[in-house]
Ligand binder design. Structure first.
Ligand SMILES: [Zn+2]
Length: 448
């Protein structure tokens, strides 16, 4: 029997013209339904003078007002705890989730019904199957299974595919590694940072995961590193496995993009269930292929919370589907999600993006952990310091590294001076979920 490399061949290879016709039909239905059911959208559509029947071509999409996280938050605070976002009676819900707690931010809270969960799992099926997960696989979720939605959908998707699922749950890293080896796990799902942590811990335990485990696929999510070439290479070598990037968000409940097994250096957009627009974050004008842009998402699947033209602040660079050899007609975000527009830091007149800095640091295999530390010298001059730890068995690299790294960083940042500070091994924080490697210690008041 020939096994298709697509989860849904018809949808994944639909000619562009047909795909867009389908998107238009779905978009109109979505807007009609949101207008009829959701006070939040009613109010905003009315204020913008937009009516769903104005959607005659896909370009008419631009008549719909953008939706922002700030508006969503306002609605949650005004009418706790879900705001006026719900399209359905809460009694129909079966699950409650919220965004992962980035410090100081009020989380977005969402409800989902059974139908939503079917869809959430289906989106992950596209991605997992597309990267090569099959019924014979044994999939380990190194994931806490808490109120953060994370890999919940991927868990159900694996069941739907027919793979054997091992829910890692709240366990110490050592226990997880033992299970992975003992159970003959073939696929591990985790954040890139935690995949690296597991490998380091295994090494301390005297286990070489590349040769002693059966893992041949890593499913990554939650951080941009899954598409940073050097970080990915490091993970693939460490585990002796292929690493596939995915990205989702609590606001839509599941993934929007995934890397296929052909690994084109980016992630396909699931275009039959989403419209992903790319815009200039300042002018809000559409941006074409090959240019950095902000992604704006419209989701067709979630029944409880209609997400329409939502400004994500994620930085992306869209390229045509033909860049990949897999035959999917879905466009690609080259390099996955490259960071966030609001992560940009201004240091002495130069723009610095943490992800760009990380991708240079990751080129140095001898660096174990690092932190980007921004501070102000004598209350006057902004400074950027890379605090780093060298791997214990690669100390001899330090003299070279000390000179090369600041030079590479400066070359990529209009000559900006980067300070390098070597830290004792094991002193920088390690992360299990979303890594926070940027500290901006400058006085805040001067920036508000
Ligand atoms: Zn592909």
């Amino acid at each position: 029997m020939v096994v298709s490399e697509y989860w849904n061949a018809k949808n994944e290879t639909r000619p562009r013209e047909e795909l867009e016709a389908l998107q238009l039909i779905k978009l109109r239905r979505l807007c009609e339904w949101a207008y009829a059911t959701t006070p939040f959208h009613q109010r905003r559509f009315d204020a913008a003078g937009f009516k769903p029947e104005q959607l005659k071509t896909l370009d008419d999409l631009r008549r719909i007002p953008f939706m922002t996280r700030e508006e969503w938050m306002e609605s949650l605070l005004e009418k706790p705890i879900f705001g006026e976002m719900l399209a359905t009676d809460p009694v129909n819900a079966v699950r409650y989730h919220l965004t992962s707690g980035t410090t100081g931010r009020t989380p977005i809270r969402v409800l989902d019904g059974m139908k939503d969960w079917e869809w959430i799992a289906e989106m992950w099926c596209y991605g997992l199957w597309g990267f090569g997960v099959r019924p014979v696989d044994i999939v380990y979720f190194a994931f806490g299974y808490g109120s953060f939605i994370g890999f919940w959908g991927a868990h159900y998707a694996c069941e739907k595919i027919g793979a054997l699922v091992i829910p890692g749950g709240a366990q110490a890293t050592e226990a997880r590694i033992k299970q992975i080896v003992e159970m003959g796990v073939t696929t591990v799902a985790s954040t890139p940072t935690y995949a690296l942590t597991m490998w380091q811990k295994a090494r301390e335990m005297g286990i070489d995961l590349a040769s002693e485990s059966k893992v041949n696929k890593l499913i990554l999510s939650g951080e941009p590193a899954g598409s940073i070439p050097a970080a990915k290479r490091q993970l693939e070598e460490a585990w002796g496995a292929k690493a596939g990037d995915t990205a989702g968000m609590t606001e839509v409940g599941t993934i929007m993009i995934f890397e296929c097994s052909h690994q084109p250096g980016g992630t396909h957009i699931i275009e039959d269930h989403y419209i992903e627009e790319t815009i200039n974050p300042d002018t809000e004008e559409p941006v074409g292929y090959g240019e950095l842009a902000e992604r704006v998402v419209t989701s067709f699947g979630r029944g409880f919370v209609p997400v329409i033209r939502y400004r994500t602040k994620d930085m992306v660079l869209k390229v045509p589907a033909s860049v990949c050899t897999c035959g999917r007609t879905w466009d690609i975000y080259d390099g996955g999600i490259r960071g966030r527009w609001d992560d940009m830091k201004l240091i002495r007149g130069t723009n610095v993006y943490p992800r760009a800095v990380e991708s240079i640091i990751r080129e140095y295999n001898c660096i174990d952990e690092f932190q980007i530390y921004i501070w102000r010298k004598d209350d006057l001059v902004d400074e950027i310091t890379i605090k780093l730890e060298v791997k214990p068995d690669q100390e001899s690299e330090w003299p070279d590294l000390q000179h090369k790294l600041p030079r590479d960083l400066a070359n990529a940042h209009e000559g900006l001076r980067f300070n390098i500070e070597r830290m004792e091994f094991g002193t920088l924080p390690r992360f299990e979920l979303k890594a926070k490697r940027l500290i901006d210690a400058r006085p805040v008041a001067q920036y508000s």
